[in-house]
Design a protein around this ligand. Structure first.
Ligand SMILES: [Zn+2]
Length: 130
């Protein structure tokens, strides 16, 4: 059984930095070209900053030119989930961590082959490990 992490809003607030809390628990978006990983090319694994769940690997990362880390696939369909996001007057597909429900970013269908998908992820939601 997969472990699912549920914490109160107060707990998340105390565990995360204000920026991490805003992005992952309040569906925030970091400014483009400002995050730690948009222009980051080391080989390794990107994990959820909230719970450590493995989300993406460097092999599927690509330069989308958007200013946010972009991936054409998650590490596993079982680790990342999506939901419809109707915030801010737009209908978008939200990308979330399966384990703790963290908001990671959004999914678009203008990515490169082989999937043509673009997981547009906030650096703030990620923790890189080599
Ligand atoms: Zn998580």
């Amino acid at each position: 059984m997969r472990v699912r992490i549920t914490r109160s809003d107060k707990e998340w607030r105390s565990l995360l930095t204000p920026q991490q809390y805003k992005v992952t628990r309040r569906k925030g978006t970091e400014p483009p070209f400002a995050g730690e990983y948009y222009d980051f090319k080391k080989r390794g694994i990107y994990k959820c900053v909230c719970c450590g769940n493995s989300l993406f690997i460097s092999e599927t990362k690509f330069d989308s030119g958007t200013g946010w880390p972009s991936f054409w696939a998650p590490i596993s369909e079982e680790n990342v989930t999506t939901a419809t996001d109707v915030s801010r007057g737009m209908i978008r597909t939200e990308v979330k961590c399966v384990r703790c429900g963290a908001h990671l970013g959004h999914l678009f269908d203008d990515g490169p082959p082989p999937t043509r998908l673009r997981y547009c992820i906030n650096s703030t939601a990620l923790a890189f490990a080599e």
